[in-house]
Ligand binder design. Structure first.
Ligand code: GUN
Ligand code: FE
Length: 391
C-alpha cells in the first residue's frame, strides 16, 4: 500500500527513507536474448535475416562451450541485476547445459525470469539446429525435468525461435510440451518483410504468421504466450491476437536498429491486446527500460507522422503502463502498487538532472525517459525482497 503515515500493523518492519527519489513499480522486459548481450552495440548494419546469419548464429554457436557461456552469462546476469528490470522473458540458445547455467546465474540475482532453451530444427547452421525434431523433443523433456522446479526465481518457458526456424513436427511437439507441463511460450512474430515473404512459401495456406502458430495451437489458446515485434501484423493477425489474449512485446530499439519498421502499437493496443516492452538485446543495445519507454513514444510519433495519422502517438502514461502493469501481467499480479500485487519497486534519483524548476512527479518521470542516463537506481525490490545492487 501507499501510506503517508506508517500504519501500526507495520511498525515492526524496517523503514528506509529514500527522500526525494521517485519510487516506481518494477519494470518487465518482455523480450531479450541473453547470449547476444556480449555483442550489444555492434554489428547493426544488416536487416534481421542477414543479421542472424552473419553475426548472431556464429556467436550463439559459442555457447556450446560452457566456459565461454559462464563468462558471458555472468556479465549479463550482473548487468540485469543492476538494471531497472525486475521481471524478464529471456531467450537462451539451443544448448541445454549453458541455458541451465544461465538460469542458475539469473536465479541468484533475485530477479524473476522465464528462460527458454531455444528450439530450432531448420534453416539455420548445422551447429545450431537439432539433429531431428524427435531428438529435440527428448532434449526438451530432459531440460524441462531438470529446470522446472530447480530454481526459486527462474522458470523455463517454451521457446520456438520462430516459425521459419521450426519444422511442423517441432511445432507439434512444442504443443505437446505446452499441454503436458502447462508452460508459457515466447517467440517472434511478423518482424520483417523479407522474412514474411519466405514464410508465405512455407505456409501457402495461412494468411499471416500468426495463423501458422495458431494451426499448431501455439497462439494463446491454452497457455500464456508473448510474441515479440508484430511490426508487420495485418488486421487479421491483430484480431487473432486479441481473440486469444496474447501478449505483445514491443521492441522499438530493435525495430530501429534492424530496419524492421515501426510496430503499429496504437492499433495493437486499441484492439485490446496486452502490450509490454522489450529490449530485444542485442538487436536493441540497451537494457534500460526508461530508455525503451522514451523510444516507444518517439517511434510512435514517426508512425503517426509518416504512416497513419489516425494512430495518435503514445503518451508518457501509456509507455509507463506498458513497462510496468502492461508487461507485468505476464508474470501474475505484477507491475503496480495496488493492493494484492507483488511488491516490485525501484527507487530512482534524478538529482543529476539539475534545474531551477519544481517539476511534478509525472514530469520528473517524463524527464527520466529522455535523460535516462542521468537517472540513478538507488534500490530495487522484487516480490518484496530487496536486491543487493553492486553499483
Ligand atoms: N528472429 C529469430 N531470431 C531472432 C533474434 O535473435 N532476434 C531478432 N530480432 N529476431 C529474430
Ligand atoms: Fe528477439
Amino acid at each position: 500500500g501507499v501510506f503517508s503515515k506508517l500504519p501500526p500493523c507495520y511498525e515492526h518492519i524496517p523503514v528506509h527513507d529514500f527522500g526525494n527519489a521517485l519510487i516506481l513499480p518494477g519494470m518487465s522486459d518482455l523480450h531479450l536474448h541473453a547470449p547476444q548481450y556480449a555483442f550489444r552495440g555492434v554489428w547493426m548494419d544488416q536487416e534481421v535475416v542477414d543479421w542472424l546469419n552473419t553475426y548472431t548464429f556464429p556467436h550463439e554457436s559459442k555457447y556450446s562451450d560452457l566456459q565461454y557461456a559462464e563468462r558471458a552469462y555472468r556479465i549479463f546476469a550482473e548487468d540485469l541485476k543492476n538494471s531497472l528490470t525486475t521481471r524478464a522473458c529471456i531467450f537462451g540458445t539451443i544448448h541445454s547445459e549453458s541455458t541451465q547455467l544461465l538460469m542458475e546465474l539469473l536465479d541468484k540475482t533475485g530477479i524473476k525470469t522465464f528462460v527458454g532453451r531455444v528450439s530450432t530444427d531448420r534453416n539455420a547452421p548445422d551447429c545450431l539446429i537439432e539433429e531431428s525434431a524427435a531428438a529435440s523433443y527428448k532434449s526438451s523433456l530432459n531440460f524441462l525435468n531438470s529446470t522446472l522446479s530447480a530454481y526459486k526465481n527462474c522458470k523455463p518457458i517454451l521457446t520456438p525461435r520462430c516459425t521459419f526456424f521450426c519444422s511442423d513436427q517441432m511445432m507439434e511437439d512444442t504443443r505437446r510440451l505446452m499441454l503436458e507441463y502447462g508452460l508459457p511460450l515466447q517467440s517472434h512474430l511478423s518482424e520483417n518483410p523479407r522474412r514474411l515473404k519466405q514464410l508465405k512459401k512455407l505456409y501457402p495456406n495461412e494468411t499471416c504468421d500468426g495463423e501458422a502458430y495458431d494451426r499448431f495451437g501455439l497462439f494463446g489458446t491454452d497457455c500464456p504466450v508473448v510474441m515479440a515485434h508484430c511490426v508487420h501484423s495485418p488486421e487479421q493477425e491483430i484480431n487473432l491476437m486479441a481473440k486469444h489474449n496474447l501478449y505483445v512485446a514491443h521492441c522499438p530499439e530493435s525495430n530501429l536498429n534492424l530496419s524492421s519498421g515501426i510496430a503499429p502499437v496504437r492499433r495493437i493496443m486499441s484492439a485490446g491486446i496486452k502490450t509490454g516492452l522489450g529490449s530485444d538485446i542485442a538487436a536493441g543495445a540497451r537494457l534500460s527500460m526508461l530508455y525503451i519507454m522514451g523510444l516507444a513514444i518517439q517511434v510512435s510519433k514517426m508512425y503517426w507522422r509518416y504512416v497513419d495519422t489516425q494512430c495518435a502517438p503514445l503518451t508518457v502514461e501509456e509507455v509507463f503502463y506498458m513497462a510496468t502493469l502492461g508487461g507485468g501481467g505476464f508474470f501474475g499480479q505484477v507491475g503496480s502498487f495496488i493492493p494484492g500485487y507483488d511488491f516490485d519497486a525501484v527507487a530512482l534519483s534524478d538529482d543529476a538532472i539539475r534545474s531551477p524548476i519544481e517539476f511534478t512527479p509525472k514530469e520528473r518521470l517524463e524527464r527520466m525517459l529522455y535523460l535516462h542516463e542521468n537517472a540513478r537506481l538507488l534500490a530495487k525490490c522484487v516480490a518484496g525482497q530487496e536486491i543487493p545492487l553492486s553499483i
